[in-house]
Design a protein around this ligand. Structure first.
Ligand code: ADP
Ligand code: ADP
Length: 235
């Protein structure tokens, strides 16, 4: 697994009076097993940037390579990219839409066209990984607490067995205990599976405790992308 961004730019409302240059000339490379903490103020471009990684947003200019392949090549399979790069949205409500927790989690693997047994096994495994107990399988996702909803949303993505897991502000709106629990869970996942993790957050604390490398966005630019050891050795 490797993701390369080469001079990526993105303009919302390109060519209109409302044009906004949300991503400015961003270049980086992320390797397998890295845990990246992506921080920056609201409006700095974090959400827009991560939506490029699975092809949800298409760069206005520049190139993106996944495992050495240009994702904007007309022959590239973007559908497959979306199953390899799992994105957990900031608001879990945006990806929970089934009547039960289990149906929500199994939706992803079913959509990949896997057989029923494989889908079920993956779903149970994913729910276990995020710490959702069996008695919640038939509950409505909407009856769950904020932290539980996040876990179910994460499980839905994990059940697709992605190579990269991107989490947009997974701790937003949670109490301190809920925050710690979810971060611990993500960290455990990273350590046990060596999955590449990209954690978007406002909180330097979240990043300092878990990430290997820090990406800082400011007004659409990626202004910092160093290993945390280097950050702390400067102060
Ligand atoms: P956050 O900082 O938590 O990402 P934002 O307020 O930047 O929150 O964005 C929340 C949602 O609103 C996102 O889906 C984003 O794409 C959308 N959004 C943000 N700014 C605009 C805008 N100027 N016009 C339309 N949609 C926007
Ligand atoms: P962040 O996630 O860091 O809060 P975003 O990627 O949501 O930042 O936003 C980056 C910039 O793009 C902001 O100026 C925001 O207002 C703008 N923006 C985000 N989404 C939209 C949208 N759907 N339409 C227009 N502008 C948007």
């Amino acid at each position: 697994m490797q993701i390369i961004f080469d001079k990526v730019n993105y303009l919302y409302g390109n060519g209109t009076a409302f044009e906004r240059h949300a991503i400015k000339n961003v270049s980086f490379s992320i390797e397998k097993g890295e845990f990246i903490g992506l921080i920056g103020h609201t409006g700095s471009g974090k959400s827009t940037l991560i939506q490029h990684m699975n092809g949800l947003v298409k760069a206005t200019s520049g190139h993106i390579y996944y495992n050495g392949e240009d994702i904007y090549d007309p022959k590239y399979n973007l559908r497959q990219l979306r199953s390899k790069v799992g994105l957990v949205f900031q608001y879990p409500e945006h990806q929970l839409f089934e009547t039960t927790v289990f149906k929500d989690v199994i939706f992803g693997p079913k959509n990949l066209g896997l057989d029923k047994l494989e889908c079920e096994l993956r779903s149970y495994e994913a729910l276990k990984m995020v710490g959702i107990s069996e008695d919640l399988l038939d509950a409505s996702p909407f009856e769950l607490s904020g932290g539980q909803k996040r876990r179910v949303a994460i499980a839905g993505v994990l059940a697709m067995k992605p190579e990269v897991l991107i989490l947009d502000e997974p701790t937003a709106g949670l109490d301190p205990k809920g925050r710690d629990d979810i971060l611990e869970q993500i960290n455990k996942l990273h350590q046990e599976s060596n999955m590449t993790i990209i954690l978007v957050t406002h909180s330097m604390e979240d990043v300092a405790n878990y990430a290997d490398r820090l990406f800082v966005m400011n007004k659409g630019e990626l202004v910092y992308q160093h290993h945390l050891k280097e950050v702390f050795s400067h102060y």
